[in-house]
Design a binder for this molecule. Structure first.
Ligand code: SF4
Length: 696
């Protein structure tokens, strides 16, 4: 039996797993203390799933079906296509697209593979669609991006918690133990969400803003804090810069104006600000509901401004402003070089000193490193075009389901000279591939991941992978060897991790002191941890911020109506998110019989008033159409959602055909969380195949 971790979300719940695939929650892991959600309990069932890929597949010509091939054949095809594309179109004609579920070692090695083996600038990953706005805002304000700058258990010590666009009761239920512990001792919880989610139901107050108006909400609250004398001037003076500009910038965000823009009553705005300001300890937690907008960075910044004005970050246990990470290794995956502009340790790729340090660890000349590339959607948008990527290596990601304007993305993938997908199931994206390379699952590999708290955890191997399956580390070594750079790419995850530690040393995300030995000895280690005598950093900001002057930075941001225009043709607001049952693009959870039976097809939540207006009843087929695409889902009526808004979980194919690819100017985060939609009942029997198509 091995002590390891659930492969799904950023909570990284501790589990015990036996070679017979018996899975139980680990009481000794301090984050979940034995608790697991319905996804995690069933995670091991996929290891022996009959649809598991166990041999490489390749397509001999476009239009022909994928067929089993040998590893040598598959890797030779990939190498030949890389060589051809780079000879004809330059190094950037080959691109890499990674995933936030990859271990730290794989995320690190994939970034290195792009820069050292391919020497391409074209690498980014699906975490761009998840955390990039929160990361950009936190880097700007605090000088560091660590989702929670404190252990999750601190939530239990907060007397007031404001959750903005976050629904942990559905997305990470074991986390709720800390919220419940707080409520049991009298803490007040306030939820900001257009829907009355499972998190909002037991909260003391629920604010239901119009999707896309969170920035106005935060600025309106800051205005009230100033008006009512609730600002912590001593904290602002001692620990921050930029206050005057922010103070002036919210002068016109009057409460009645904020109510008009957001739909949140002035009384609720005022009561929330007073709750936060008068609590002994208070916390503001944001998540994708606030961040996945074309102004996501500014919105996350507005909540940070409010928290700084109230003196919350670094005040002590139970206080702070933070963001809740989503994907399993969403945190580690963005620290080690998968992002277009980053080297390991959160070092900027454009910084000469950073280039010199990492090139030294990699044994190459710094001039060999490419310049920063483009963000995830921009990379996908240009696939197969003149000057764009011609050969794409897609690792553990399914953008045909998870990218915005997904139909367009599928078309671009189809325009490539060669699409290579590494995965353990034939995902919707893998079905479009020319070469599919089958990979190990979590129980078959060693490694590390970094959870939402910045805590580094060990993934442990409990059984051998099926014959014919390889780890990504082996695959990238084989490809690099064929490209003449194999010596740079070890396959042992422990060796890769030790190299990662050296590459990150001295950087913002410093793993230098977090050895496997310390992790295996059961030490709880949070980065930064610069040397092996360092205890790690569970709580940040207590004395200083990692900015040049040690102060947090206020940044003035203003609400602009960035949400897609509503008109007579598209009169309602669509917002998307996750359900309790499925995980991300559903490649895994839609293959689990129990989870699929619980939520077999896409559903759309809407208010009975809206349902009556458009003439649908609960359980009817409902067509949702935006300026980009159309999909049919089952109508689910609830009076817990705003009557002008419809909610659609994104785990099913074609849902993201609807969403908008407008990007945040700073983070390049797409606008997943709000767009204009038309709704219509579906009566004709011919539409049933739409629903069936959405099943998997
Ligand atoms: Fe796994 Fe997340 Fe569920 Fe925990 S909450 S069991 S990490 S999916």
């Amino acid at each position: 039996m091995a002590a390891t971790h659930c492969p799904y979300c950023s909570l990284q719940c501790g589990i015990h797993l036996t070679p017979a695939l018996e899975l139980t929650g680990r009481e000794d892991f301090p984050v979940n203390r034995g608790g697991l959600c319905m996804k995690g309990v069933r995670a091991a069932e996929l290891i022996t799933h009959p649809e598991r890929l166990t041999t490489p597949l390749a397509r001999d010509r476009p239009g022909l079906p994928l067929r089993p091939v040998t590893w040598d054949d598959a890797l030779d095809r990939v190498t030949a296509a890389i060589t051809r594309a780079q000879a004809a179109h330059g190094r950037d004609a080959v691109g890499c697209f990674g995933g936030g579920g990859l271990t730290n070692e794989k995320a690190y090695q994939f970034g290195k593979f792009a820069r050292v083996a391919l020497r391409t600038a074209m690498i980014d990953y699906n975490g761009r669609f998840c955390m990039s706005s929160a990361a950009a805002a936190a880097n700007r304000a605090f000088g560091i991006d660590r989702g929670l700058p404190f252990p999750l258990s601190d939530v239990a010590d907060a007397d007031v918690v404001l959750l903005v666009g976050s629904n942990p009761a559905d997305t990470m239920p074991p986390a709720m133990r800390w919220f419940e512990a707080g409520r049991e001792r009298g803490a007040r919880h306030i939820v900001v969400d257009p829907r009355e989610t499972a998190t909002a139901k037991p909260a003391h107050r629920h604010l239901q803003p119009v999707p896309g108006t969170d920035l106005a909400l935060a600025n309106g609250m800051l205005h009230i804090a100033i008006r009512d004398g609730l600002v912590d001037h001593d904290y602002i003076e001692r620990r921050t810069t930029g206050w005057d500009a922010v103070r002036r910038s919210v002068r016109a965000d009057w409460p009645d104006r904020t109510e008009r823009v957001t739909g949140v009553p002035v009384a609720d705005l005022t009561a929330t600000v007073h709750d936060l300001a008068t609590a002994r300890n208070a916390m503001i937690l944001t998540a994708r509901g606030a961040e996945q907008h074309a102004d996501g960075t500014a919105t996350a910044t507005a909540w940070i401004n409010l928290g700084l004005a109230l003196g919350l970050p670094g005040r002590g246990r139970g206080s702070g402003v933070a963001t809740v990470t989503g994907q399993g290794n969403g945190q580690g995956g963005r620290e080690h070089g998968q992002k277009a502009d980053q080297l390991p340790g959160y070092r900027p790729l454009a910084d000469p000193a950073a280039r010199a340090h990492v090139a030294g660890v990699w044994g190459i000349d710094p001039d060999e490193l490419p310049a920063p590339g483009v963000s995830a959607y921009e990379l996908l948008d240009r696939l197969g075009t003149d000057g764009g990527v011609r050969v794409l290596l897609l690792a553990a990601s399914n953008p045909v389901v998870s990218a915005p304007d997904a139909r367009h993305v599928a078309e671009r993938l189809g325009a490539l000279d060669l699409l290579v997908v590494t995965d353990f199931f034939l995902s919707e994206s893998a079905r479009l591939a020319d070469v599919v390379l089958p990979t190990t699952q979590f129980a078959e590999e060693e490694g590390t991941l970094t959870n939402l708290e910045g805590r580094v955890v060990r993934r442990r191997r409990v059984l051998d992978p099926p014959p014919g399956v390889r780890s990504e580390l082996q695959i990238w070594h084989e490809l690099a060897a064929r490209l003449g750079r194999g010596k740079h790419f070890p396959t042992d995850p422990r060796v890769v991790y030790d190299e990662l530690r050296r590459a990150s040393a001295g950087g913002v995300a410093d793993y230098g002191g977090i050895s496997w030995e310390r992790l295996d000895a059961g030490e709880e280690l949070f980065w930064p941890c610069p040397d092996e005598t360092h205890p790690g950093s569970p709580r940040l900001f207590t004395d200083t911020f990692p900015t040049p002057d040690g102060r947090a930075r206020f940044v003035a941001v203003a609400h602009r109506s960035v949400t897609e225009r509503l008109d007579r043709r598209y009169p309602y607001l669509l917002t998307t998110g996750r359900s309790r049952t499925h995980y991300q693009s559903g490649t895994q959870t839609r293959r689990n019989e129990t989870l699929l039976a619980a939520e077999p097809v896409a559903y759309a939540e809407l208010h009975p008033l809206l349902a009556a207006e458009i003439g649908v009843a609960d359980g009817d087929a409902l067509r949702l159409t935006t300026r980009r695409g159309s999909v049919v889902a089952t109508a689910r009526l609830t009076d817990g959602i705003r009557p002008d808004t419809v909610f659609l979980p994104f785990h099913w194919a074609r849902v993201n055909d609807l969403t908008s690819a407008r990007l945040d100017p700073t983070s390049r985060m797409p606008e997943f969380k709000s767009c204009a939609v038309a709704l219509a009942p579906v009566r004709a029997r011919s539409t049933v195949p739409d629903l069936e198509e959405n099943r998997r």
